[in-house]
Design a binder for this molecule. Sequence first.
Ligand code: BGC
Length: 732
Amino acid sequence: MTKEQLKLLFEKMSIEEKIGQLFQTYSNINEKTSVITGPTGKAELTEEEIKLTGSMLNIRGAKNIISLQKENIEKHPHGIPMLFMMDIINGYETIFPIPLAQGCTFDTELAEKSASIAAREAAAAGIHITFSPMVDLVRDARWGRVMESTGEDSYLTGLFGEAMVRGYQGKDNDVSQKGKIGACFKHFAAYGASEGGRDYDNVEISERTLREDYLPAYKSAVDAGSLMAMSSFNTFDRIPVTANKKLLRRVLREEMGFGGVLISDYSAVEELVMHGAAHDLKEAALLAINAGVDIDMMSVSYIRSLKSLAETGKVGIKLINEAVMRVLELKNKLGLFENPYKDANEEDEKQLFLCREHRETAYEQAVKSFVLLKNENILPLNNENTTVYIGPYSNNKEIFGSWSFPQNIQSMVTIKEGVENLDINNAVFLQGCEILSSGTILKNGSIINYKENENENNIEIAVNAAKFADKVVLCLGEHREQSGEAASRAVLTLPRTQLELFEKIYAVNKNIVTLVFTGRPLELEEIADKSKALMIVWMPGTESGNAIADVLYGNKNPEGRLTMSFPRKAAQLPLYYNHFNTGRPNRNGNLSFYSTGYNDCLSSALYPFGYGLSYSKFSYSKITLENAELTANNEIKASVTVTNTGKMTGVETVQLYIQDAVGSAVRPVKMLKGYKKIGLQPGESKDVTFIINETMLRFYDVNMDFKSEAGKFFIYIGADSSTDNAVGFELM
Ligand code: BGC
């Protein structure tokens, strides 16, 4: 449609029709085919409301979407098509590793590719918009949603956010193209900073912290052209974000230049009442529309009150019109007025879902996301030794994380299947124990329930097998429902029954390789001490078993690097590498007396940000600088030589950190400013150079001006954030 045609259509719409465009619901008609991601069914919708609905969320499958769209267009007075949106977080039917794992690849091109595949499959299934990427900065592993983020560094999170937006929307953001869908970055703003890591909880951070640490990743998504944004559930500055005009209108729209559609989070508008920010649904609608929320997701506040608010002059009709126009423009960008079904096609679904190319990318991304944390000459495995795989994940298909909804769970490749695909004949697979202890309550309210004696029996069978094996691979981890939304945890150890299994195996065989499936950093100190090798495999998705087997047997060399610090104890949280010195710094992370930290636990991470091993070994030269004086008009070239001193070809992630020694507002001990992934043959050396300029040193100074300050800086280049390979320079 041309702009003029769109305007004409707009002018013909009644106020009810307009408000309908600002309402999003799930489908009552097809409940079986909807994915439910929050509380449902509080308000019965009238026929009229259903008829005028502007968008629906989380409906699965081309067939259902085509039929819903058809029915709605026929009923709608102006035949306006609906938007179909869904949470496609790490794949639609071909499932990629969870976002936190994708972060650990440090490979944004690959993330773009997996997002574009997710878009292609989702588009074929009739979806127009995905509620992704989540670019919330995360620093507290108790929060279950850390799995949806790419980690604790805002620069890296921004790079991944941008890449995913490009992947979904295409390089030129022309979402009318086949296989493209719109992105909706979320959750604006600072949702990841909820107190105590408790989901939905209050956020108490300063405006400086918000601007310096949290906003940059959202800004990257805006600059990449994300067509939509989602506001967050939390409060900021004691005002729920859904009603926070300063954040949504001033910061997001005016300062950051976001011009797309802003949707509330699930039922967040009506939840303003529970927050104690509004007396009733009507006031909630008033606050949210004034604050700048265009679409009310899953609450009836807008459709039941905006009309009377407009008629009584409480809400200017201009605000409503602007919001409606943004929604119509989005539909137009997707080409829905010409083709309301866009790419929805059952035949294409069959062709695309789990096709070879898609699986290959899922495999590659999984391989690159595994983070090897320890290896005392036990990996790679070989086919000569007898290996017994023990644990609830040794042959388990629930390995896709809590934010993907594949229909074909059988398509997941388990570890057993992956190892068998390699024709390994010296391997045995035993469950050992259940994932969770009996009696554990899951977030969906179900209670894990099994007979303790059967579980004990399984443990005994596994212990007997372990006695006679050369090596044991323990396949342990969280339940997929233990991370994700509404999955905050105070205890971050492995479940009790798995710890019991571990101890019993350790008593009979010390050649243990431990694999951990997880959506978050866990407390693994004891497991790490007692294992000869430890590798985090996250929730790797469709190709899990093939990827794991190839890495275990050395067909692939691990190259993932942590993008979230692993604590020694959950009580250390929040924990992040780019913290501050304080007046009493604890530089080595030792036990602390009269310095920052704890008397009874080292304050350093067990495994820091950026850390990860390879089957190769890499050495770093000292840093050389081309000049040591930076001005606004020149740049500094900092180089190191990295050598593969190991026996296998491998990939190293060379990381650049900068520290600003003195600032009018204190500066973090280090900040990631760049990285390069390089491949090295055994014995090979490569020079890696980073360019540093003044803009990279800017921050919010004492007056909240974003600029750099002259003085001393340190450059660190090394294998992870704990590197002390440093050299100083001056900013003039
Ligand atoms: C989550 C969002 C999600 C939405 C729709 C909410 O509960 O916070 O991340 O996009 O549901 O499923």
